[in-house]
Every structure is written in C-alpha cells, then in structure tokens.
Write a new protein. Structure first.
Ligand SMILES: [Zn+2]
Length: 198
C-alpha cells in the first residue's frame, strides 16, 4: 500500500474505509465497483498516477509479477508531477461523486490547495470538462446586504443561490457574517430544517 494515493472514505453504513485513489479513479471511469480480488495496476511506475490509460486490471499473481518486473527494470514513465487531462477529470469526478474534500485531493496528489481549487472550479483545465464546483464569485456590497436582508425575511438559501449565482457555502458564510464581517445587515444562523425547536 506504500506510495499510493489513499483516501479515507465513509461507506453507506458510515464505516470509514481506506481507498486507493487510482482504484477509485478506475471505478469511476468504468462506472461500477470492482470485485475485491481484482487489482488495478499501473503500466507506468507512478503509484499516485490516476490516468485511466495507465491503469489496467490484474490479479494477485500479476500484481506480484508486475512488482518484481518493475523492481528490476527501475522503469519509470514520465507522468508523476505533470498533470494529465484524465487525472483532472478523475479528480473532478472524485469530488462530485465520492464527496472527497478538496484538501484530501491536495494531500493525495501532492498539490497545493490553490491548484486543486483551480482544477475543481474550472479556472484551470476548463476544456477537460467533467463536473465543476461552483466558483466563488466576487460580490458587491449591495449584493451582500441584499442577501442578508432577503435571508432574514425568510427567503430560502437555495433561491438566493440561484439569484446571485453563488454556491451554498458562500451564501451561508455571508448570512452568518463569516464573509464580509465588517458589513452591516442582519446576521442569521441557517434556518433549522424540519427540526422542531426545543
Ligand atoms: Zn501514469
């Protein structure tokens, strides 16, 4: 398991499982989970690589053979630091479908959080496509005050999100006063959803 990019992920029953990044990437590409006795191997020798065309299926025997081959040959294809379109796509899918936090991706792929954020929002590598995370928008003073006032008067955050074209987390930070703390306007806590007040 050493040298591979790993994620700690929660399954449906809430248990934490350690998953290998290249295996998750492979499963996302083919659209289903793989049987436990199946290995996803690298044709390159870069263990954190998630390029789909560098991955292939194998069994335990092939895995051992593969490891010994690579140990002997010290073969290393160029794909480590350099980012590939398929890796970008895999990262976007990992976040969208598996809810992996961006900072986890930064750790696993050894990139700065700024670069990961640029990839996820499409500020970088936009042409690759895939699911993008809503970009943080620069709002004006007027808009911030409007958001706070609308929210305080009972407008739901989903509607504000659409009207002002910003993401849910940005709306919440504005109404709680975490963003734009120097600005006035009513501060609120998010409306409790379906939870009776005690
Ligand atoms: Zn590779």
């Amino acid at each position: 398991m050493n040298g591979y990019g790993k994620f700690a992920m929660k399954n449906e029953t809430g248990q934490t499982k350690i998953r290998l990044a290249h295996r998750v990437a492979y499963e996302l590409e083919v659209g289903h989970e793989l049987p436990h006795d199946t290995f996803v191997l690298h044709s390159c020798d870069v263990r954190e690589c998630v390029r789909f065309d560098h991955l292939f299926l194998g069994n335990q025997k092939m895995n051992m053979h593969d490891a010994s081959q690579k140990g002997r040959l010290r073969f290393k294809r160029e794909c480590g630091r350099k980012l590939w379109a398929s890796s970008v796509l895999a990262m976007r899918h990992m976040v969208a479908k598996q809810k992996i936090p961006g900072k986890e991706l930064a750790r696993v792929f050894r990139m700065s959080p700024t670069n990961v954020s640029a990839i996820l929002t499409g500020r970088a590598w936009a042409w690759v496509g895939g699911p993008l995370r809503p970009r943080r928008k620069r709002l004006g003073v007027e808009e911030v005050l409007n958001i706070r006032e609308f929210y305080a008067s009972g407008v739901r955050s989903g509607i504000l999100r659409r009207q002002f074209g910003v993401g849910e987390s940005q709306i919440l930070r504005i109404i709680k006063g975490e963003d734009w703390p120097m600005l006035g306007g009513p501060r609120s806590l998010p409306h409790p959803l379906g939870r009776p007040r005690t």
